[in-house]
Design a protein around this ligand. Sequence first.
Ligand SMILES: [Zn+2]
Length: 414
Amino acid sequence: MPRRESSFYKASEGQPPAQRLREQEASLRILLVKAADSSPAVRAALTSARVSPSSITIEDLQRLPLVRKEQLPLLQSNALPFGGWLGARLGDLRRIFVSPGPIYDPEGHEPDYWGFAPALHAAGFRRGMLVLNTFSYHLTPAGAMFDGALAVLGCVTIPSGVGSLEIQVKTMLDLGVSGFIGTPSFLATLLAKVAETRADSPLRVAFVSGEGLAESQRRDLEARSPLRISQGYAVGDLGLIAYECPERTGLHVDDRVIVELVDQSGALAAGEDVAEVAVTFLSHVYPLLRLATGDLSQMAAGQCPCGRTAPRLAGIMGRIGEAIKVRGLFLYPHDLDRAVARHSEVRRYQAVITRPELADELTIRVESDAEDRDALAVAVAESVQAATRLQAQVEVVRPGAVWVEDKKIVDRRK
Ligand SMILES: [Zn+2]
């Protein structure tokens, strides 16, 4: 039995997985029967795969072509403004946003259109709380995404964006703002500014998105004040995809979408492989089918003790194209991060790939004050091999010796 059902935002978060699949499949059929009429792009996708909207199964989605996120600007400019994917009438929309690309993003009229209420609820946002929403309200949808969710939760929103840092800090302290929404880096900036005033931060819960949240960064920020930081995964085209629960076991996929992990051809990835996130949006407004996001993830195994039964993404591990091939194997920055993070005495690292003769060599330079450098080097090499299947030379250097470039992996092969 779910352990904490009363803490869910909606009862369906704890429903049996088979029931979720049945309900999503029923929603998908109702959606596609209607969208096959109203959306030329949905009609074309179904026709090309010879799938009938009234009898489609979730497995049938695999037969449909992927819609590549990087192709959206071109698809949209060929059939303005939404590439033929709009299920509603243009005049029935509430707002239209313009994301970098440029990509047009439609918003419908339903409350919490972007779906963040369950994510914010899981993060500890409750009725009556004052919340600083530091995402932009202009052109891009992030500000409005959270605004809608805060409204249905009954929170009091201060729409701040990221400018006017001093005014934001004064407002936080004057009003006792206890909730924060924004990027992890802006949260860090804001907390540093509060610390300068020598006042205690009134923030108790924060929800971050838009950039990766390193565990070390979260530990660091949470240690400074009684603050709980949660994260979610979303895209500007359709809003929330998955969110963290208090157990921090990964990101629960929300029922509003169907997530598949796919290879380049659109076939499902095997088991627990790291693969690209493709998402189908169960929305009558914007029924995007199989949007390939370019983000890499893998499914987390086992049940979550929180009682939520939705499948979980283990996290967002980077972008397609970031991996570098070394000795025939793909080396991902997130795998190295995970391997090095197991050694708390390491401050920073940099991996350098060279090819002195015919074979690639992987050298990892780690900064540390550790007394026994040889033992640390052996231990890091073992962790790297376990995470990447690659043998690496590990050099332990003194703090400050690693020249930190943008990339943690530097490719010096000719
Ligand atoms: Zn959970």
